[in-house]
Design a binder for this molecule. Structure first.
Ligand code: ATR
Length: 247
């Protein structure tokens, strides 16, 4: 996606993928610092641990508690988070979020980013997680109005529903029963592979409007591009690159 964006904008840069084991993260960051790498995208499982190796974390990433974007500025590594804006812009493809009632499924790093974004846009948020205790902690940390167990979803009304659990990634499963979906709601799955998860198929069958995780991924990368180049991202070229990537 990034290479496609550079090509579309005539930017002479490349984007390389490095598989870094957790024990080598510090060394990888120091290598990037010394070899002239200007920007880093950080993915699973390093989004929290990378924070210890940076010189500065912007306030939003600090509040979310995770960094997925690192920029070298005047010799200092600065951490930011674009996952939240990717999720929010993906949802905003289908609806305005201000005043909406949202339910976020999961309580990991992705749930923190999505909850932060929904609250910032003026939605009310209920966080539901398999381990309810983690949902309570997340809700308290970020100021979400409600939290509980995943199994209690029927007790919560919503206009917007986001799956941030990893259910659907490894197998054709959904974190909730099909009957929990609501007609007319807007439903986003953070899982992007496969593109049509069971969670999204169930939502569609219930006449909800669905947004694939592809858009969350593409739009968080588009925001990285904007931070790094100060230019608007060529989103269509990036989405096309996603479609063409072999997965
Ligand atoms: P990420 O940083 O991508 O959010 P994570 O921190 O590993 O990933 O969080 C994974 C989320 O998926 C958690 O909310 C987890 O629930 P628990 O806190 O109860 O572990 C949720 N999850 C994983 N497998 C699940 C399953 N089989 N059913 C329901 N929730 C599941």
């Amino acid at each position: 996606m990034h290479r496609a964006a550079y090509a579309a904008c005539g930017i002479d840069a490349t984007y390389e993928a490095f598989d870094v084991p957790p024990t080598e993260l510090g060394a990888a960051i120091e290598r990037a610092r010394s070899d002239g790498t200007r920007q880093l995208a950080v993915s699973i499982p390093h989004k929290q641990t990378v924070m210890a190796y940076l010189d500065e974390i912007d306030p939003t990433a600090q509040q979310i508690g995770a960094v997925n974007t690192v920029t070298l500025q005047d010799g200092r590594l600065i951490g930011a988070n674009t996952d939240w804006i990717g999720a929010i812009r993906a949802l905003e493809r289908e609806c305005e979020l201000n005043g909406k009632r949202a339910v976020v499924l999961g309580a990991g790093g992705t749930a923190r980013a999505v909850t932060f974004g929904l609250l910032r846009r003026g939605a009310s948020v209920c966080v539901l997680n398999r381990t309810a205790e983690k949902a309570h902690t997340l809700a308290e940390d970020l100021g979400a109005s409600a939290s509980g167990a995943l199994s209690d979803i029927d007790a919560h009304d919503f206009d917007v529903l986001v799956n941030t659990t990893s259910v659907g990634l490894q197998s054709d499963a959904s974190p909730i029963d099909a009957s929990a979906h609501r007609t007319g709601s807007v439903v986003l799955d953070a899982v992007y592979d496969p593109e049509k998860t069971l969670f999204l198929r169930d939502a569609e069958a219930a006449s909800a409007k669905t947004v694939g995780g592809k858009w969350m991924l593409v739009l968080q990368a588009a925001e990285q591009f904007r931070i790094w180049t100060h230019e608007n991202a060529p989103v269509d070229a990036m989405a096309e690159a996603f479609d063409q990537a072999g997965r």
